[in-house]
Design a protein around this ligand. Structure first.
Ligand code: ADE
Length: 225
């Protein structure tokens, strides 16, 4: 998979890709990440990427031309399955969206700033708009990092244990059950006896019940979907 990220702040985005699972995925050649600085696609000497709003109003708007130039340059080289715009008024990211995107070959992610982008960008260049939650960030970069992390860990071979992504919270609209490791008894805080029984069908059933109970208590909305 190849991900091209268009941003005015590449330095804000780089570190998540330089550590842990994302770094390993890149080194293993399972994903290819490219950063594009929008200012490299400007034509004036000030490298302007934004301007004031037509019709008046506070806040700057990202201009269509540098974005068009950058996206068109990328599209001239390969086909893109999605051109995603990170924005608080997009579709809220969930596990289903992450699953779908993990199957794509090439995607572009555009990070917004200021008040956002000229509507013509959204109407003519963007195929999907994603929000990472109902709050406003100062730019799309942190949202893009969250999206990339959620997607990349699903690519086969990225996680050590192939089955572990499938048992994550949300994969079946259920939260994950409680988990335990050594020691068996810590200052009197004990691990449920059943987990030492060796009765794996029974353990599996217990995990399912616990997942259901936790979901019902914490996120009953997930059970309605
Ligand atoms: N840019 C600003 N706020 C955002 C959000 N909540 N999700 C995605 N991109 C954003």
């Amino acid at each position: 998979m190849r991900i091209d990220i268009i941003t005015v702040l590449p330095e804000l985005l780089k570190s998540p890709f330089e550590a842990s699972i994302l770094k390993r995925a890149i080194e293993a050649g399972l994903v290819d990440i490219h950063f594009h600085n929008l200012r490299d696609y400007t034509t004036d000497k000030y490298k302007s990427i934004d301007d004031t709003q037509f019709g008046g109003g506070a806040g700057m708007v990202m201009m269509v031309e540098p974005i068009d130039k950058c996206i068109s340059a990328l599209k001239a080289k390969r086909h893109y399955d999605e051109v995603i715009y990170m924005t608080p008024d997009g579709e809220t990211l969930n596990q289903g969206i992450a699953n779908q995107l993990s199957l794509k070959e090439n995607i572009i992610i555009l990070c917004g700033h200021y008040k956002g982008v000229d509507q013509r960008v959204r109407d003519h260049f963007i195929t999907k708009e994603i929000s990472i939650g109902d709050y406003v960030l100062s730019g799309g970069e942190l949202g893009a990092a969250v999206l990339c992390d959620a997607v990349i860990r699903l690519i086969p071979g990225v996680l050590g244990n192939e089955t572990s992504a499938l048992t994550d919270s949300f994969q079946d609209n259920l939260l994950a059950p409680p988990i335990y490791t050594k020691p068996r008894d810590y200052k009197g805080m004990k691990v449920p006896e059943l987990l030492f029984s060796g009765n794996f069908p029974k353990i599996e059933k217990w995990r399912e019940e616990q997942a259901y109970k936790r979901t019902k208590e914490r996120r009953p909305d997930l059970l309605d979907e």
